[in-house]
Design a protein around this ligand. Structure first.
Ligand SMILES: Nc1ncnc2c1ncn2[C@@H]1O[C@H](COP(=O)(O)OP(=O)(O)OP(=O)(O)O)[C@@H](O)[C@H]1O
Length: 345
């Protein structure tokens, strides 16, 4: 089911209208440049009703740009964006209906500090076209799961940073849009707020809301039971369920940390060398540890850390982003300085 008709009463634009069963959000070959910087390059992404997509990417990967394009804050240079089957055209009045189907909580807080929490929520309810009685009900309903009920009559300027972020998120959810975009909603919040927010996002998805959730905290993807979309340098480099992405891109390794440049090592496995970290890519890392330590010889004394890395989202994410960072435009190849028994250093 896509796009329940539960948004505010607005003039309807029936053509082409929401497509039953279609995705809540669809991006087709979307491109965006800022001057000479390519922020997004041929990005495809669909988010189904009831699905949470964890949008991952390093700083500058293009996550905020993607959300800004969907929210109509920026215009794509190429490609097509559809919200509940309605394509964005760039025409304000045409796109108004599509935008009412989404709620955006951007990275930057968008709350009015001199107003109370209730006044902030009421103001946004009016913008969304909710009538007074409906707005009162929605304010109570939205405040409760985010732990804002006791704070409704407090000025936002007197709230903590985490509380303000909860208010900011509530503004995006107030009109119960079928598509919600949350850009790093847990940045800088405490554990309780994070847990509460994640639980609420899961509840929203369980009732059919499509959620695009960008984060740098990879464990949140699991906590959300989200599928995964990885952006790297403006390109979508992986998309699938968590299990699919880990299966396709996760790797196991033995990771050694030194106080400075790692010493040369002779090993039968591929080795990646960083400033202080040496990574041995091996399928059975646990059983490879003795051989790795033996290969260190006298230099073992300088070792400050050893970690067995199992295939998981973190290793998949690092592999996806690291490989392309080194290899640039070409096909995916591991960023290895030493392969097989080659000596490095
Ligand atoms: N207004 C702008 N003018 C010029 N370049 C920009 C602008 N906004 C973003 N960029 C560039 O576009 C690219 C994508 O930026 P974007 O903010 O979308 O990344 P992000 O994945 O959201 O990063 P972060 O995790 O740091 O929030 C980056 O190279 C960034 O420097």
């Amino acid at each position: 089911m896509c796009c329940r008709t539960r948004g505010p009463a607005v003039p309807t634009d029936p053509a082409p209208g929401p497509s039953p069963g279609g995705p809540a959000l669809a991006l087709h070959a979307v491109g965006k440049r800022y001057g000479t910087t390519t922020a997004l390059d041929g990005v495809d992404l669909t988010v189904a009703a009831g699905e949470i997509v964890g949008l991952l990417g390093a700083n500058g990967a293009g996550k905020t740009t993607l959300m800004s394009l969907v929210a109509g804050l920026l215009r794509a240079d190429s490609g097509r964006i559809e919200i509940c089957g309605r394509p964005l055209t760039g025409d304000r009045s045409h796109d108004r209906r599509a935008r009412l189907d989404l709620g955006l909580a951007p990275q930057e807080l968008g709350v009015y500090p001199p107003l109370t929490v209730r006044q902030n929520l009421r103001f946004f309810a009016e913008l969304a076209g909710l009538r007074a009685r409906e707005a009162r009900r929605r304010i109570e309903e939205t405040a409760a799961p985010l732990g804002l009920t006791a704070l409704l009559d407090r000025r936002v300027s007197r709230l903590s940073g985490g509380e303000q972020r909860r208010v900011h998120t509530a503004l995006a959810l107030l009109h119960r849009p079928p598509l919600v975009l949350l850009d790093e909603p847990t940045a800088g919040v405490d554990v309780e707020t994070r847990t509460r927010l994640i639980a609420h996002v899961r509840e929203l998805a369980a009732t059919g809301t499509a959620v695009c959730y960008s984060t740098h905290y990879l464990p949140e993807v699991e906590a959300l039971d989200a599928s995964v979309a990885v952006l790297h340098q403006g390109r979508m480099v992986a998309r699938g369920t968590l299990a699919e992405v880990v299966r396709g891109h996760g790797e196991s390794a033995v990771e050694l940390t030194f106080p400075g440049p790692p010493p040369p090592l002779r090993l039968p496995w591929p080795v990646t060398v960083g400033a202080e970290v040496l990574r041995v890519q091996v399928e059975e890392p646990q059983s490879a540890v003795p051989e790795v330590l033996a290969a260190l010889g006298d230099t073992a004394g300088s070792l400050v850390g050893l970690r067995v890395v199992r295939p998981g989202l973190e290793s998949a994410f690092l592999r996806l982003t690291r490989e392309r960072a080194v290899d640039g435009e070409g096909p995916v190849r591991p960023a290895r300085r030493a392969v097989g028994a080659a000596l490095h250093g």
